[in-house]
Design a protein around this ligand. Structure first.
Ligand SMILES: CC(C)(COP(=O)(O)OP(=O)(O)OC[C@H]1O[C@@H](n2cnc3c(N)ncnc32)[C@H](O)[C@@H]1OP(=O)(O)O)[C@@H](O)C(=O)NCCC(=O)NCCS
Length: 285
């Protein structure tokens, strides 16, 4: 197996505890590495695993795992664990795994999962929608669809994400979360391929050519997979389409780096809003 055949990689660093008396990684740990990578694979498909499996009324169980050892990893090595879905049967899903240190192939593996009813642990057919998500991802298709629209069109799904992120996770009171600006804003909601809303944001009307973006939120388990960037891009594009010249936002300090990567620059001193440190950021459209 070659590196370039694989689309998905998860990176990890070997820890002391994983090394045996021969000072190489104990053979059993590679299955753990593959399993850790698998959790990331679902994130790469924009599927929050637990919720997605609940919706699909099943769960995945490992039926068979085989590992072939070609080389040894050592303490502190950085490993790239690649996974590729190679076959979807009636109820089984087969993955090829490969672990690399740089260009060196250390491990190849085959993992067979069975989609099953969690209550009885009896196999069920892989849902068509899941099959399509996986085949689409492996074929290089986008795993996210960002829809933009009015509050009337998108409020239900936007609020699902906002309540989860701002109210439940960040403890912002619900009353402060809602305001009349929603009615005047363009909203964006990112949906995964099984139709779950996973991210949102809004674009307020422009004042003097500058529009304000706000309420950008991504479901916790799907952060750092590029979802937030796609929602932000959709809002900036919507501002461009209606002729705004610039967009600004009050960024939570913890998200400053995220906005900076999309071309936003800080302006002025920081301040506090809803009990959290913020900084104003701006970019041209
Ligand atoms: C902030 C938030 C929207 C970012 O969404 P995300 O889906 O995790 O971001 P992405 O995966 O699209 O990241 C895009 C880029 O920003 C970087 N990035 C993401 N979050 C970052 C952070 N907190 N600090 C620094 N960089 C960050 C990513 O590494 C990525 O960089 P790259 O393009 O160089 O690879 C998300 O973390 C979130 O919902 N946080 C909680 C709510 C919140 O803080 N909202 C913002 C209110 S102002």
């Amino acid at each position: 197996m070659k590196r370039q055949d694989l689309r998905f990689f998860h990176r990890l660093r070997v820890r002391w505890a994983e090394v045996d008396m021969q000072k190489i990684v104990f053979n059993g740990h590679y299955l753990m590495y593959l399993d850790t990578a698998m959790a990331d694979y679902w994130r790469a498909l924009a599927l929050p695993y637990e919720e997605a499996m609940h919706l699909l009324e099943g769960d995945l169980y490992v039926k068979k795992a085989s590992v072939e050892y070609h080389g040894s990893a050592r303490y502190d090595d950085v490993l790239d664990v690649g996974l590729q879905c190679t076959r979807i049967g009636k109820s089984s899903i087969e993955f090829a795994g490969a672990i690399f240190r740089g260009e060196d192939l250390l491990i190849t593996a085959t993992l067979i999962y069975v989609f099953a009813d969690p209550a009885t642990q009896t196999s069920r057919a892989v849902p068509e929608v899941l099959r399509q998500v996986m085949l689409g991802y492996e074929a290089g298709h986008s795993v996210l669809e960002v829809r933009t629209g009015s509050w009337a069109q998108l409020h239900e799904d936007a609020m699902k994400v906002r309540i989860e992120v701002f109210v439940q996770e960040q403890q912002i009171p619900l009353a402060m979360e809602q305001d009349p600006a929603d009615e005047q804003s363009v909203h964006a909601v990112g949906y995964n391929r099984i139709g779950q809303p996973v991210a949102t944001g809004r674009l307020l009307p422009a004042e003097g050519g500058t529009a304000r973006i706000g309420r950008v939120a991504v479901k916790r388990v799907l952060r750092q997979t590029g979802v937030g960037k796609q929602v932000l891009n959709a809002l900036v594009a919507a501002a461009g389409q209606r002729g705004d010249r610039a967009v600004c936002l009050n960024a939570q300090r913890s998200a400053e780096g995220f906005y900076a990567r999309s071309g936003f620059a800080p302006r002025g001193d920081g301040f506090e809003e809803v009990g959290l440190p913020h900084i104003e950021m701006v970019r041209s459209v």
